[in-house]
Design a protein around this ligand. Sequence first.
Ligand code: PGA
Length: 250
Amino acid sequence: MTDPAVPPGGSGPRVVVAGDAEQAAVVVARTIRAAVEVDPSCRLGLATGATPSPAYRLLVHELATTDLFVDVTAFLLDEYVGLPTGDPASYRATIRRELTDAIGVPAERVHAPVTTGDLEASCADYESLLGSGVDLQLLGIGRNGHLGFNEPGTPFEWTTHVVELSATTRSDNARFFASPDLVPTHAVTQGLATIGRARHLLLAATGAAKAPAVAAALEGPLDTACPASSLRLHPRVTVVLDRDAAGDLS
Ligand code: PGA
């Protein structure tokens, strides 16, 4: 299968506007699958959150009975600090439940930052593990323009680091917890420079709530006030939107 969403490189992000969130998911799933078909032992950067879930469901539906992903290594963008190991709300547990266990990526090759013990050492370890970067990095975007947990104001050159989550992010993520008080206050996230080491970045955004952040990322100032504007510094970026998320683009 060819990769329909591969931009030629060097010409700024390629923006694909799908009719709705399901169609956007088809493009995302196809792009991930194509990367693995080209290189079965590729290194995939995965995101958690509501946006990628429909694409993951498609991949599970298509691939649960194949061994296409058995040699893939997966890396998560971020992980909460303070959740017990294996907590269902942890991102490692989430990605295993939603995707990697079902499509046969061995659990020992599903990596997330370790968020117990010495966090500074854990950040350095995650940077080493990521090395020269993943082949394809899937990204969501926060309403405040964050990428991973790189909140507004984060310098573009930062690597994996500990972050205090913003009030917006904690309130947006409260839907994944039994009560808002249970949302962790801190996380470890790949930095924008870490994300930028990926060969190909694939940002997905759906729904009108994301439209202002998408417009700021693609058409606003290149500024830490919108961490996702850093995407424009990367030579190979694909942005997959539905019509609502594209609504504020000029
Ligand atoms: P969402 O999160 O997909 O749940 O909207 C995206 C993000 O915050 O990066």
